[in-house]
Design a protein. Structure first.
Length: 322
């Protein structure tokens, strides 16, 4: 309710105005004005005035801001100091009444420092509606905040799970790739079937030693003879050549490369070099033989042979006959 100074107005029917004591012509009927105020019935006539109220002589006291209630139609009795009153010592204030009600008062002294219309409602029904709306808005804001925090947390958790899954998959792929690269032979690796085809099982009677297992090859025991003539146990040489992928085979003893098929590229490349080495070796042997041959015996000076040799080496002289 908006009530101006020295304005006489009726309070709403659902508004019970508090009063602290009663007065008659400015004289308080009781000095106990600090107790909890009582309440008037709804629709009471009100007057906000500055009145001189005192327990003894009203003229000896200073005027105070007083809210009168229960006034007559013109509020003349309250203006004269007779009626139920509530002395407003400090403003704004919130008053609790004896029946358990709450009464709030705001006073605007026209200084422009206080807005008495803020948070004021025409009725309790309007206030309840506004309070419910504000509570609903606060609940919405709270749920939105909690939902936003939950969504951010869920997004971060999902991102972390995806990152860990991706990292685990990459590690598995790398491990599988390393294992496959180590276990899978290359495209040019020689297999067991090719070895058994080109080096069939035979039986040795020479009693040689297998340098793979360092055991002697017994008579009649399965063995494989290489192109270089060395013999090994049949399973030993196959295991030696196949425990790691190989693109070429060589003898474990003399390191000579073994030929598979009609022509081996290694042997083909080594053939020209071998022929060149043979030619060079033949030339070297010829030179050595020539150097080691005995020198011819010296010829005595003055012999016919000597004269013949000298005549052979002497230049032909042309004699001009006159």
């Amino acid at each position: 309710m908006d009530l101006r100074l020295w304005e006489c107005a009726d309070s709403p029917l659902d508004m019970r105005v508090p009063y602290g004591t009663e007065a008659h012509l400015g004289m308080l009927a009781s000095e106990k004005i600090n107790n909890l105020p009582q309440e008037n019935a709804g629709g009471s006539r009100l007057l906000l005035a500055r009145s001189a109220i005192s327990p003894q002589t009203p003229m000896d006291s200073d005027p105070q801001l007083v809210l009168w209630s229960g006034c007559n139609a013109s509020c003349a009795d309250c203006a004269a100091g007779t009626g139920k009153l509530l002395i407003l010592h400090q403003l704004p204030r919130c008053v609790a009444t004896a029946p358990g009600g709450i009464f709030g008062i705001l006073y605007n002294d026209n200084s422009g420092m206080r807005d008495t219309r803020a948070n004021c409602y025409a009725s309790l029904e309007v206030y309840d509606q506004e309070a419910e709306r504000q509570n609903r808005m606060r609940q919405i804001v709270k749920y939105c905040a909690f939902g936003s925090v939950g969504m951010v947390g869920l997004f971060l958790a999902t991102l972390l799970i995806c990152y860990r899954c991706h990292r685990k998959r990459r590690q598995e792929e790398r491990r599988r790739s390393n294992a496959g690269g180590a276990a899978t032979p290359s495209a040019t690796a020689i297999g067991k079937a090719s070895i058994e085809e080109h080096f069939p099982v035979s039986h040795s009677n020479e009693g040689n030693q297998c340098v793979v297992c360092l055991l002697d090859i017994q008579e009649g025991e399965d063995c494989r003879k290489l192109q270089c003539g060395h013999e090994f146990h049949a399973d030993c040489i196959v295991g030696w050549w196949t425990h790691v992928p190989r693109a070429s085979l060589e003898c474990p003893l003399c390191k000579r490369k073994q030929r598979l098929g009609d022509e081996d590229p290694e042997e083909a490349r080594e053939a020209p070099a071998a022929s060149n080495n043979n030619v060079a070796q033949g030339s070297l042997e010829a030179g050595t033989a020539a150097s080691e041959a005995p020198a011819p015996a010296p010829v005595a000076s003055g012999t016919a042979a000597d004269h013949t040799e000298r005549g052979r080496n002497r230049p032909v002289e042309v004699v001009d006959e006159i």
